[in-house]
Design a binder for this molecule. Sequence first.
Ligand code: PXG
Length: 447
Amino acid sequence: MSQATATTAHFAPNDLEAYWMPFSGNRAFKKAPRMIVGAKDMHYMSSDGRKLIDGCAGLWCVNAGHSREPIVAAIQKQAADLDYSPPFQYGNPKAFQVATRVAALAPGDLDHVFFANSGSEAVDTALKIALAFHNANGAGSRQRLIGRVRGYHGVGFGGISVGGMVANRKTFGPGLPGVDHLPTTYNKEQHAFSRGEPEWGAHLADELENIVALHDASTIAAVIVEPMSGSAGVLPSPIGYLQKLRQICDKHGILLIFDEVITGFGRLGYAFAAERYGVIPDMICFAKGVTSGTVPMGGVIARKHIYDAFMKGPEHMVELFHGYTYSAHPLACAAALATLKVYEDEKLFENALRLEGAFGDAIHGLKGLPNVVDIRTIGIAAAIDLAPSADGAGKRGYAAMEEAFHRQDILVRVSGDTIVLCPPIMITKDQIGEIADKAARVIRAVA
Ligand code: PXG
């Protein structure tokens, strides 16, 4: 831990009331806070001075590890050199450099990058580009958007509409009109305890033909899917599924969008899952790992034909009526350039691929522990489903998170009664073993 971290380790706020925490049980947290005050490489430090291994890369974002010197230095220098510059009609040089680097990492002719500040904004941006693309091509009737049951695409109205999370639909109403959904690819009978891409389920992509038959292709703008659903609990695409979706989209002139907010930047052993699967979507949404979580940044990578469709008309005119005050923020750009260099210098994507087998072995070794009803692993990501306890859904999961934080010195992500593990991809084999051991102790403790 750095000097600064050590001196702040015992800082504790004296009033927790004002902060309305996102996606949190506010009252339970405020009774027994899990306060984090420092971080370095694979570890967090708690306010009571304990070192916890980061089992979830923050929130799937700190792929390069915490507070890495070259990234910290780049952000500090940028804050002193150029704090902010307007992204509309003006440019900062690093924005062009990041775009070039990200485009170079993306396969095929995914050549142009539009910047946002989060995954949610990236998704809204991609959906809007899809609609505007068809408009620009004289196909304005293509307005329908297709998502998938159990998909997670952030929290904007576009994202929750194409997403397939029941809680969003129950809480916030019907969302955008003209949205339809493919079925989820997860099937417990067929997939339980699978490693990597399950063999069963490619045929579920054919459901897109049924949606086309119902609405007609001329009304459909785009399909958006996660190559591996993270938030729904690590649900990888079945073998051949994404290839089928690509074929059907091509046949009907429908754009295919991969939401790679989680799968981007090494989680599955490649810069993008598109490369792992050999499928080139028309757009990729990214965020999180692009800056290793240090400064918010998101964006959309678009294929050449998408960008070109907009580059017509008078040259002084705005081509796409979209953008954010903080698109390509200088601090985010500096962080992204430094982060991408760390990934490259330390070969972190290759590290993830190399350790995928060891990670799968370690986590699947938890099969047979009390209440473990399914385990799924792919890349450096795993979900462990626990049977709910008799006193209600989500209670065992919450207890697992508390046990992990307060007693086993590991940060995990919990969704309902599912424990998710997705540590930084700078991880070593020993640390994989440590995470699996700690997870085992947590699972036993909440039996
Ligand atoms: N798309 C995908 C595929 C995501 O996973 C978003 C969009 C939205 O990103 P922002 O930056 O707006 O939050 C996400 C976010 C979890 C978890 O524990 C996952 C996300 C966020 C927080 C927690 O699974 N994914």
